[in-house]
Design a protein around this ligand. Structure first.
Ligand code: ATP
Ligand code: MG
Length: 243
């Protein structure tokens, strides 16, 4: 039998698309040079410097799949499309014969708006709480992972660690693993060296040359954090030395 996962196999810019490489978003080097990005059946991490294009691509994929650019489930109609880049119009997504049974697009930066929407329309039961506004940002995210994500799903997360303490990041890893075991696929833009350690994953680096796969211990996230924590006094002395 053919494997059901990955639900999302690959993404590229349609070769016949007419794009202006001098304008956003095609002027972002990693987007211009992206080629074909093949997804891991379990977890694909998007990493790279601030401004390297991770959110732009994740949003493009999400909107092409039918999500609101502000995030949420596909039933949510939050936010205006004015601020959305036109990338979704030119993306070609290769999908599995099997549809995911669940899905979510999380943008840390607009999670508040989604929480407002949840409050307004009232879909509280699935979240395991009456209101996502009555709990902290991190608690709300963990509530999503534990109660809202039902498995057999395709989940797109943009910097989920923004809300989470180190301990909760470990708990999130465990929750992600359970969902992966229940036939889920994740695409996660992150700066978290904790999340990036997840072994059933492919790490894709966004830089000026395009997109490339990188091993966990070769990521800047691992190397810089590891070096800093092991030598923080010496590193601080050099960083903060005013003379
Ligand atoms: N609406 C827009 N119009 C023009 N440029 C934009 C727009 N949105 C983002 N950009 C630019 O596109 C580039 C990529 O932004 P993007 O948000 O995708 O980066 P990122 O890799 O997600 O960064 P971070 O790690 O900081 O979240 C940045 O230089 C940003 O300033
Ligand atoms: Mg981003």
């Amino acid at each position: 039998m053919l494997p059901a996962k990955p639900y999302l196999q690959s993404v590229c810019i349609r070769p016949d698309a007419e794009v202006d490489f001098d304008r956003y978003p095609y002027n972002i080097p990693a987007i211009r040079e992206m080629g074909r990005l093949e997804f891991h059946p379990d977890v694909t991490f998007l990493v790279g410097e601030n401004g390297s294009g991770k959110s732009t691509l994740l949003e493009g994929i999400a909107v092409a799949l039918g999500y609101s650019p502000e995030g949420g489930t596909r039933d949510f109609a939050v936010g205006s499309t004015d601020s959305v880049s036109p990338l979704h119009e030119v993306l070609r997504l290769a999908r599995s014969f099997r549809q995911p049974k669940d899905g979510y697009f999380l943008r840390a930066e607009s999670f508040f708006n989604v929480a407002t929407f949840v409050d307004d329309v009232g879909v509280p039961d699935a979240y395991g709480t009456d209101s996502l506004h009555g709990i902290s940002h991190g608690e709300a995210f963990m509530s999503l992972l534990a109660h809202k994500f039902r498995g057999k799903g395709l989940y797109l997360l943009d910097e989920p660690e923004a809300a989470l303490s180190p301990n909760r990041q470990l708990a999130a890893l465990s929750a992600i693993h359970q969902l992966v075991e229940d036939k889920s696929q994740f695409i996660i833009a992150t700066h978290s060296p904790i999340l990036l350690s997840y072994p059933h994953a492919k790490i894709v680096l966004f830089d000026g040359t395009g997109l490339s796969e990188v091993a966990y211990e070769d990521t800047e996230h691992y190397a810089v954090t590891h070096d800093f924590l092991n030598n923080y006094r010496a590193r601080l002395d050099r960083l903060l030395d005013q003379d």
